[in-house]
Write a protein that binds this ligand. Sequence first.
Ligand code: ATP
Length: 268
Amino acid sequence: MTSPAPMAAPQPTPQPDPAAVPALSIDGVSHSYGPRRALMDVSFNVRPASFTALLGLNGAGKSTLFSLITRLFGIQTGRIGIFGHDISRSPGEALRLLGVVFQPRTLDLDLSLTQNLLYHAALHGIIRREAAARSAELLARIGLADRAASKVRDLSGGQMRRLEIARALLHRPRLLLLDEPTVGLDVKARADIISHVRQLVTEQGIGVLWATHLFDEIMASDDLVVLHQGKVLAQGPMNRVITEAGAQDVNTAFMRLTGAQVMPGGGA
Ligand SMILES: Nc1ncnc2c1ncn2[C@@H]1O[C@H](COP(=O)(O)OP(=O)(O)OP(=O)(O)O)[C@@H](O)[C@H]1O
């Protein structure tokens, strides 16, 4: 008599590797303002705990893309996911993981720093005591603890930007979008903001999408997406984008890819 074949042990269901789920996935996104096409079949990912620079000239489509990711505009074509949550189908889960710093300033100038933060925390449903603790912690982190009760109107431009970043972090997002956050700031304030955001990536594992037209804000370790006239012309690790464009530096790569003239002073 032959003994029955041993039963195969049940195999565990493979679980997706959390690190493999992009912080942000943009998939085939197009957008038009009436007859004007602002984005054409745009696709790219932002990895968790990475800094991705979205490089483009004025009018490239960066703000339009941010408006779609934040659901200010409805998606016409394509799909956007935040840590695997489709922003159209599961907006609550998706937006909970997202922090945003828009290009125009959106602080209330006549409220104090703390009041601005508490107001925003309330919008996110964070209870008052927790909101006060997080606000104090974030103000200390951006070096403005001693200004907590000052009116925002009395801050410098760089301090206001730091406060906006703190506000965007109050609900502890895992993905942070910043739309040209250093525009109008002096060299020192720019450097402070860039280094603060880079620390968020390395120390807290936040995925960052940083829209800019300034080459000197991008580092060799960054991921780069070159957006031009609504189309992605190149994407990947910065060094690869430069090599594939047959260039030695990001300025020349950008010029070759877009045919644009690079402005003196390191800006596209
Ligand atoms: N509300 C609108 N109505 C019509 N066209 C628009 C509107 N907003 C943007 N556009 C057009 O869409 C294109 C992309 O603009 P967008 O503002 O997204 O670019 P950007 O890269 O953010 O540039 P900037 O840095 O100057 O804001 C441009 O041609 C712009 O003129």
